[in-house]
Ligand binder design. Structure first.
Ligand code: SF4
Length: 273
């Protein structure tokens, strides 16, 4: 019998690569161990992403900066903030980011996809993922697809982040197959600074990232198989303690994370702007 394909999203693969124990808590253990409270920075990221999605859902003649306050208001996620003042200040900061960002966009341009799911298979994995935006741009050999990922975190990003992102490479690789056109360029659009970190992949660098994803998928399947055969889940999904622990949803459930300094749900949005 051929091995079954490993069905995955970039965040599933990324979760295991970051910390196998966190992967286990998220995807294997049932019931799921208790999570900490919602994070304000996740609320902020979700709000901004949905506002931009809805921006593109407007007819082109209504894609004007004046539409942004109501778009953001209708998608605003309120969880995780310290108080109403902090939430209000963060809303204003997010609105400024959006206003600056849409000023760089051509409202008449229709992307190939907005929050578009792209899916494809390899010999090892069945990949699906939702790309923030897939643009159509003129390239050397005709129209090409470009992967755009919005970022709202505090720290800026550089070309190495775009080059090293397995998620972006998998989106590009899948988009080539879904849209039947070249897709090598991947871009991180950092809204707080208005900067774009980009990388132009080659066939070889995309293939390398796909092999990396397949290796991770094989490691996950091996660990799951071992646990199903009676191995110790703690040994098969070891913790990988580090700076991520303070921001991990499962810090309170994880013996390795108990040492990490606790962050308030709103710490990452404090002093924004
Ligand atoms: S607290 Fe740290 S070690 Fe534990 S699951 Fe989360 S990231 Fe992994």
């Amino acid at each position: 019998m051929p091995e079954r394909l490993f069905v995955c999203t970039p965040s599933k693969l990324g979760s295991f690569a970051d910390c196998p124990r966190r992967y286990r808590y998220s995807y294997v253990d049932r019931p799921t161990p208790p999570k900490g409270p919602p994070w304000a920075h996740n609320s902020l990221g979700a709000s901004v992403h949905t506002a931009l999605k809805n921006w593109y859902a407007l007819p082109t003649d209504r894609r004007a900066p004046g539409a942004l306050p109501s778009l953001l208001k209708s998608t605003w996620v309120r969880e995780g903030y310290r108080d109403a003042d902090q939430e209000r200040a963060t809303f204003q900061t997010a609105l400024q980011w959006l206003e600056s960002y849409v000023a760089t966009l051509d409202p008449a341009e229709e992307p190939l996809g907005v929050e578009r799911v792209v899916a494809t298979k390899t010999a090892v994995l069945a990949f699906n993922g939702r790309a923030d935006r897939i643009d159509s741009r003129a390239g050397d050999n005709g129209a090409e697809a470009v992967i755009v990922d919005y970022k709202t975190g505090r720290s800026g990003l550089d070309a190495d982040d775009a080059r090293g992102s397995m998620a972006l490479a998998l989106y590009a690789w899948a988009a080539q197959r879904v849209f039947r056109r070249p897709c090598y360029r991947v871009e991180l659009h950092h809204l707080p600074t208005g900067t774009v970190a980009a990388h132009d992949h080659t066939e070889e660098s995309l293939a390398r990232q796909v092999r990396r994803a397949e290796d991770t998928a094989r490691d996950i399947m091996a660990a799951e198989k071992a646990v199903a055969a009676g191995a110790d889940p703690d040994a098969e999904f070891p913790p990988n303690p580090g700076s991520l622990c303070s921001w991990c949803d499962f810090r309170r459930s994880c013996p390795a994370g108990a040492e990490a300094p606790a962050k308030e749900p709103w710490t990452a949005v404090d002093r924004l702007g």
